[in-house]
Write a protein that binds this ligand. Structure first.
Ligand SMILES: *Cc1c(COP(=O)(O)O)cnc(C)c1O
Length: 432
């Protein structure tokens, strides 16, 4: 059994992914059967796994003023957002399009924070009209523009500064967004001056402070380092009489793709709260922006084996899912577990490179995988719930996959398979 499956089976309330009499099942539903019914490529999500992942954060924060804001760029399908909205989650958005999705799914603007390094004027206006909870501002230029847009609307924009804590890359080389060299946030050394400015701008209402130091983080220490840097700043800012209501520690908690063992969400949150208490900040509202850790292990991508091409240097297993459906391997050289949906005892495992039909050598889903498969079999790419469908494209004029959400006994088709004619919408031929 792969480490992901072992971990899933071992964790209470974790993704209900298990092999039963040879059949890989999610919440008791055989993936091969779902593939036959709905076609492939097919994303399948466990609603229970998403709820359990959110509940772990909420449990750890219980008894404190808090808001978990699901960073929806990880998976922005409406039924996923609906699942989180119904469970009391807020949202972290990075565009006006994402705000529209939150509202369409029944989420609340007043539980939504607006992040992103390049917000446009029209996006600010839409977010103000909807009444978002807070703008996470990433530059002095953005502070000035937000002030202008808010005054034009006759309102004050709730504002937090995204601070780049410059957590030491030497000790924590896996951090990708919290360094001085990254485009994100206001530099720690410039943040106090930016708060002084924000406090004088009549269109802004300073509400809090935030950071987001990276993604797929598997250690607690960088979070504690970043929190310390944030609290230092909170103390300086409040020392000047500018009150900060909330602290937003961002997202970034990693999941298991291969053999990573990230801390559990409640363990991470427990350590963060303990540090805040120890420094006398226990009463402050805490915001978190988890994305991947809420959905990543709750989903798989199911694909059919089209051809087997044994070769001299490599053996290729050609499947009907490709880099346009799941881009993480091509984009980040990322490892994702691959399991046959139905275990075979009648063929020997062979070492395959699992590749898609797209005309790019970078179009692969897994390399050097020992799999016992035949043409027509189904494979499941594991931990595909985050940054899978949300990053899918139509490259090679490939319609995007269908999505299914299982929920106990129920199976819901939450997105129909895209049709080729959908891909022509809005295109025009030139008059002859
Ligand atoms: C992407 C992002 C997140 C979520 O990151 P994950 O690694 O998916 O948890 C949170 N906050 C901001 C500002 C982001 O850009």
């Amino acid at each position: 059994m792969s480490p992901v499956l072992a971990r899933a089976a071992a964790l209470p309330g974790a993704p209900q992914l298990a092999r039963v009499r040879g059949e890989l099942q999610l919440e008791g539903h055989a993936l091969a059967e779902l593939a036959r019914r709905h076609g492939t490529p097919l994303y399948v999500y466990s609603r229970g796994a998403m709820r359990a992942a959110l509940a772990a954060y909420q449990r750890a924060l219980a008894g404190r003023p808090h808001l978990v804001c699901y960073a929806m760029k990880a998976n922005s399908s409406l039924a996923v957002l609906q699942t989180f909205a119904e469970a009391g989650s807020g949202f972290d958005i990075v565009s006006a399009g994402e705000l529209a999705r939150v509202l369409a799914a029944g989420g609340r603007a007043d539980r939504t924070v607006f992040s992103g390094v390049g917000k446009r004027r029209d996006e600010m206006a839409l977010a103000l009209e909807a009444g978002v909870r807070c703008f996470n501002v990433e530059s002095v230029g953005e502070l000035r523009l937000l002030d202008e847009v808010a005054r034009a609307h006759g309102v004050r924009a709730p504002t937090s500064l995204r601070v780049n804590p410059d957590v030491d890359a030497g000790t924590h080389p896996y951090i990708s967004t919290g360094l001085k060299s990254n485009k994100f946030g206001v530099a720690h050394g410039e943040a106090l001056a930016a708060y002084r400015l924000a406090a004088t701008l009549p269109g802004l209402r300073v509400e809090g402070i935030d950071c987001h130091i990276g993604s797929q983080i598997t250690q607690i220490e960088p979070y504690l380092d970043a929190l310390d840097r944030l609290l230092d700043l909170v103390e300086s800012v409040e020392g000047e009489g500018i009150e900060l209501h909330h602290i937003d520690v961002g997202g970034g908690l990693g999941i298991t793709y291969a053999d990573e063992s990230p801390p559990a969400a409640d363990e991470l949150v427990g350590r963060l709260l303990a540090r805040m208490d120890a420094r006398g900040h226990g009463g402050r509202e805490v915001l978190l922006e988890p994305g991947r850790s809420l959905v990543g292990n709750a989903g798989v991508l199911v694909t059919e084996v089209l051809y087997l091409k044994p070769g001299e240097v490599a053996n290729f297993c050609v499947v009907d899912a490709a880099m346009n459906d799941l881009t993480r391997p091509a984009l980040y050289d990322a490892y994702m577990g691959i399991e046959p949906c139905t275990a075979r005892v009648d063929v020997e495992p062979v070492r395959w490179d699992v590749v898609g039909p797209v005309c790019e050598s970078g179009d692969w889903l897994g390399r050097q995988r020992d799999l016992a498969v035949q043409v027509g079999d189904h494979l499941a790419v594991l931990s595909a719930g985050a940054y899978g469908m949300a990053m899918a494209s139509n490259y090679n004029t490939r319609p995007r996959a269908a999505e299914v959400m299982v929920d106990g006994e129920a199976v819901h088709l939450i997105r129909e398979r895209e049709q080729v004619q959908d891909l022509f919408v809005g295109e025009r031929l030139i008059p002859r």
